[in-house]
Design a protein around this ligand. Structure first.
Ligand code: CU
Length: 642
């Protein structure tokens, strides 16, 4: 799926690889005089290595002019390319098949690596070398297995020594979609792994070709003297003849003739004959060193990434850019901190949509009934900044529930998130099974599930509700809303001319993706909102000189204590955590530290006309991704006094 800019790059890469492979396949089967196994070797390697496979093909193997293949491919470096090609074609195919199967089976990465090695080695040795190359090697199948074992072992070790750490570090890195064969980036990592593996295997293959213990490039010609003469005659007459024409003629005339007479000749480029000049100590040393490289390539990534995890454990998570990823980080932690998957967005809110809308209850037999649903939405915190949010009733904050002390309420909750969740009624005295903490007072509500919360409202004041299942993720992503309870006796309410609720939230949005902001390395927020909007998209509240406003600050945020400050003179703190302060306990201040979960009701008087700011006093929290616009950003709003 497309989630990050490099997904587009990968698509372009796959198009290039497909084009390169098509060209190599066409050219191989239309004129390159080479054994079929080598044709397929180049085709497979070009499929994995794209334009680099094509480059190797034209530089080292493609017959420049008819009849020159033997001479053209004779230099040792080209023979080394050929030898590495048939190693990589077999081994990499085995590795990629194994990686796909183990990922789909949900096996941990370390088992995946071992299975890949065994599969790659087996595929390379038993099929690609011993079976497909039987013709070139001469002898029986099992003789070939025996002869091929040591060169294949050395080459496979060297290749996997490069491919394994490339796969481990990239698959278990920041973007763990790379563990999922259904994602582009899995195939991108495989391609890169094959390229690194090719590079690490190449020098060993050059040496083995030089020592005549491994085949390099070969030329296979179908000897048909009559045809050859005819063709050269034609060539001298017409002066030119395309490769296609020649191969066409060979294919239809020459081949049949050759088959009849059995005249098929394979020559090894550079005149190499298989015999083997390598000494036993040399082979033993190479086997030892490549084994060491292999084990290092398998083990060393395990010092920095968790090879005990499977594709299922990490579930295609994309981690925040600066997160510290260590070998002991569990998959659960990764999923908790991961970006919201854009494809899971169920609803796109209008860019100017507002949250905290009053939800009118249904009255059923005297019970106030509210319907609330949690799902993933796209939500604009600024006109040009949209986040993937977890939301109640498709808004951030969730709908405002306004009830009166003494009400009996019922909340029909439905979970349309891809994960379990619950709802907690923060600060309320409710029956324990209505309180919400997942796995403490209730089973979490599964995706698609529902739960009915029902209780008598025995308190009054400023409260809120929020998720209590993985709240570090879910509440941080927007699962909260105001719960305002009017006192049964209206005279108990501290009166003001205006009433405005301020719900705080911290966001982490980077590189197109939204992560739950957390007070930890790599997950710190870069956007901040009041009622789901960052300044200058926050409300401007109109007032007249002499009017009072009750500001209800709610710490619906997860991480910081926000020192909320009002310009233009002090306010009076009249209630804390929903409880009215006695007159004697009320106090004047111009800043209240609103910590997560806390509520402060303050009454401010508009003393002078003008634009008076309400803002957090941590200046980073009044910027949008560290950019100021119209004098600030984030946790800021204007009281516009006429
Ligand atoms: Cu702040």
């Amino acid at each position: 799926m497309i989630a990050l800019p490099y997904d587009y790059f990968l698509i372009a890469w796959f198009v290039l690889a497909a084009g390169s492979t098509a060209y190599v396949a066409f050219d191989q089967f239309n004129g390159n005089p080479e054994p079929t196994v080598m044709k397929w070797g180049f085709i497979l390697v070009t499929l994995y290595m794209g334009p680099f496979g094509l480059l190797l093909y034209v530089l080292a193997d493609k017959e420049p002019r008819p009849g020159e293949h033997e001479h053209f491919t004779s230099p040792l470096w080209k023979q080394g390319v050929g030898s590495t090609i048939h190693c990589v074609a077999g081994d990499a195919t085995g590795i990629i098949l194994a990686a796909t199967v183990t990922a789909l089976l949900g096996l941990p990465m370390w088992i995946d690596l071992i299975v890949e090695y065994i599969a790659g080695f087996s595929f390379g040795l038993f099929i690609f070398q011993s079976l497909f190359m039987k013709k070139m090697m001469g002898g029986t199948y099992w003789e070939n297995v025996r002869k091929s074992f040591m060169p294949e072992f050395i080459s496979m070790n060297a290749m996997m020594a490069g491919m394994a750490p490339t796969m481990s570090l990239l698959m278990m890195g920041r973007d763990m979609r790379a563990m999922d064969p259904l994602e582009f980036v899995f195939w991108g990592v495989m391609s890169l792994g094959v390229m690194v593996g090719f590079t690490t295997a190449y020098p060993f293959n050059v040496w083995m070709v030089k020592k005549k213990i491994k085949h390099g490039l070969m030329t296979e010609r179908l000897e048909a003297p009559g045809q050859q003469r005819d063709m050269s005659g034609m060539k001298s007459e017409t002066g030119q003849m395309s490769d296609e024409q020649m191969s066409h003629m060979e294919g239809h005339g020459g081949q049949q003739k050759a088959k009849k007479s059995g005249e098929r000749e394979v020559s090894h480029g550079g005149g190499h004959q298989m015999g083997g000049d390598a000494t036993t100590p040399q082979l033993a040393a190479l086997a030892g060193v490549t084994s060491f490289l292999l084990i290092s390539g398998m083990v060393i990534p395990g010092f920095s990434v968790n090879l005990g995890l499977s594709a299922r454990d990490v579930d295609g998570s994309i981690m925040p850019p600066g997160m510290i990823n260590t070998f002991d980080l569990p998959g659960e932690a990764m999923k908790d901190m991961a970006a919201v998957k854009p494809r899971q967005v169920a609803y796109v809110a209008a860019p100017d949509a507002r949250g905290d809308k009053v939800l009118a209850p249904r009255i059923e037999n005297g019970v106030k009934v509210f319907d609330i649903k949690a799902e993933i939405i796209r939500w604009n915190i600024l006109p040009d900044v949209a986040v993937e949010a977890y939301a109640y009733n498709r808004q951030v904050p969730g709908p405002r529930l306004q009830v009166t002390e003494g009400d009996h309420v019922r909340i029909n909750f439905r979970n349309a998130l891809p994960e379990s969740t619950t709802v907690h009624w923060h600060g309320l005295i409710v029956p324990n099974e209505m309180d919400g903490p997942a796995n403490v007072t209730q089973d979490p509500v599964p995706p698609g599930g529902s739960y009915t919360y029902e209780f008598d409202v025995a308190q009054s004041g400023t409260y809120f509700y929020h998720s209590h299942d993985h709240p570090d993720r879910q509440q941080a992503l927007g699962l909260y809303g105001a719960l305002l309870i009017a006192p049964k006796d209206p005279s108990a309410e501290v009166k003001a001319d205006l009433d405005y609720t301020i719900q705080l939230q911290e966001w982490l949005k980077r590189e197109w993706l939204t992560y739950p902001a957390m007070l930890m390395e790599g997950a710190l927020p870069n956007y901040f909102t009041i009622n789901g909007k960052a300044y200058p998209s926050t409300d401007t509240v109109g007032m007249k000189v002499g009017q009072t406003i009750k500001l209800r600050f709610i710490g619906t945020n997860n991480n910081f204590v926000h020192p909320m400050h009002v310009h233009g003179g002090p306010f009076e703190v009249v209630a804390v955590d929903g409880i009215n302060l006695k007159e004697s306990a009320r106090y004047q201040a111009d800043t209240v530290n609103v910590g997560p979960g806390q509520r402060y009701d303050v009454v401010w008087t508009a003393r002078k006309p003008g634009k008076w700011l309400v803002h957090c006093h941590i200046p980073h929290h009044t910027a949008n991704n560290n950019v100021e616009h119209k004098g600030g950003g984030g946790l800021m709003l204007v009281l516009n006094v006429q």
